[in-house]
Design a protein around this ligand. Structure first.
Ligand code: AMP
Length: 396
């Protein structure tokens, strides 16, 4: 039996989950935050409710990974590095090139590096993580799992923007989507719960976390998705705007003397969405708490719900029906009231949620009423499990 580790490296963060494989037992999980920013926080949860935390200066991803591996030994989660038989890395952008996860060799690493322009905020950090692990564990198989691969099945009609065609031909400017690993996991679980082949189902999956998106799944494949060329498109998110008319950006840049488009993109990514509208918080829990007394918090939540409903409606129309609606990720798994209010608005589709079954957080469950013609499912996502499963699949 081996142990596989799933890694999600951001510019200043490193999150991990360690599993015993192939029995998929979760052994440890945790995160290192503020890498390179001073006072880095380390947290590792393991065993029966044990937790290790520390704050120290970690200069870069190499140091973070060495520290993490050393801690896995000193906390006796591992006896030696030899027990690690696979490392899987979440990679944000795979472009049109990576239609599935891959074993990382020099050529694939070069390809991943060449996709930097598609995710300038994330791809460099993903590459740092890959290289750091390769340095410390050179003989262990490492696999890249792309957020975009699941969406490489989108039909042309859905991935193209109505821009001059040459921008696609010359530069591959198109919709790529994100959260594909989550959709892959959740859609298969939905098919298992419904006892039908995924290929026979029309699903709308709501991945509602800090980053949030919606996916239409038809014939077992991603058919349309709300994120676009980058994750900023689609529905209102914690700090991202979702869809906006580009002309309003030009207008605001003029009025606010914003001369660099990068600064505007930064506002769209980090200062918009729930935090931008409410002025209270990017966290849905705090927005929900504030909404009775604060108009802007109320508006932010209403806008979030409205955009979700809008996308569900258009995806049902595009697919010509829906068999099941699926809630996942932080907000989808935990906000009981949001699930109830949202599904109440969708009763004309035959969607009906049983308020007692819905009164639960983070547990896999069919929450529909018995007479609902469209099922509503709550399925906690597990992207890291999907990553380590991919290691097993690809090593064969
Ligand atoms: P994720 O990105 O999937 O980890 O989701 C994180 C987000 O889930 C947080 O920022 C919160 O906005 C949201 N969340 C977590 N718990 C709750 C809850 N009980 N009610 C509403 N939102 C929640």
């Amino acid at each position: 039996m081996g142990k596989s580790i799933a890694i999600n490296a951001g510019s200043s963060t490193l999150k991990f989950k360690l599993f015993e494989m192939p029995n998929e037992k979760l052994l440890a999980l945790g995160a290192i935050e503020r890498i390179g920013l001073g006072n880095s926080d380390v947290e590792i949860k393991y065993g029966d409710g044990k937790k290790y935390t520390d704050t120290l200066d970690i200069k870069n991803h190499d140091e973070a990974i060495q520290l993490l591996l050393d801690k896995l030994i000193s906390l006796k989660i591992l006896e030696s590095f030899d027990e690690i038989t696979g490392v899987g890395h979440r990679v944000v952008a795979g472009g049109e090139y990576f239609t599935d996860s891959v074993i990382i060799d020099d050529k694939t690493l070069q390809e991943i590096e060449s996709l930097r322009e598609f995710a300038p905020l994330h791809e460099p950090a993903n590459v740092l993580g890959i290289k750091a692990f390769k340095k410390i564990l050179p003989d262990v198989i490492s696999v890249a799992v792309f957020d975009t691969s699941f969406h490489t099945t989108l039909p042309e009609v859905n991935y193209m923007y109505s821009l001059p065609y040459e921008y696609y031909e010359k530069h591959k400017a198109r919709k790529y989507g994100a959260h594909g690993t989550s959709y892959r996991y959740v859609s298969q679980r939905a098919a298992d719960m419904l006892g039908k082949p995924l290929e026979d189902l029309k699903l709308v999956v709501l991945h509602l976390g800090a980053g949030a998106s919606i996916d239409a799944i038809k014939d077992g494949k991603s058919y349309d998705t709300s994120m676009g060329f980058s994750p900023v498109a689609g529905i209102t998110m914690a700090t991202r705007s979702g869809d906006v008319d580009p002309s309003v950006l030009q207008y605001v840049m003029d009025k606010e003397n914003i001369t660099n488009f990068d600064d505007m993109i930064d506002i769209l990514n980090h200062k918009s969405g729930l935090i931008g509208i409410s002025g209270v918080s990017a966290d849905m829990r705090e927005v929900e708490e504030a909404q009775t007394e604060n108009h802007r918090a109320h508006l932010a939540r209403d806008m979030f719900m409205n955009r979700v409903v809008r996308y569900i409606g258009s995806y049902v129309a595009e697919m010509g029906g829906i068999d099941a609606l699926v809630f996942t990720a932080g907000i989808g798994e935990n906000s009981i009231t949001l699930r109830q209010e949202l599904t109440d608005q969708l009763s004309y589709f035959g969607i009906k949620v049983d308020s007692e079954k819905n009164n639960i957080r983070g547990v896999e469950r069919d929450i529909s009423t018995n007479d609902a013609t469209v099922k509503t499912l709550l399925i906690p996502t597990d992207e890291e499990l999907m990553i380590v499963r991919d290691i097993e699949r690809l090593r064969k």
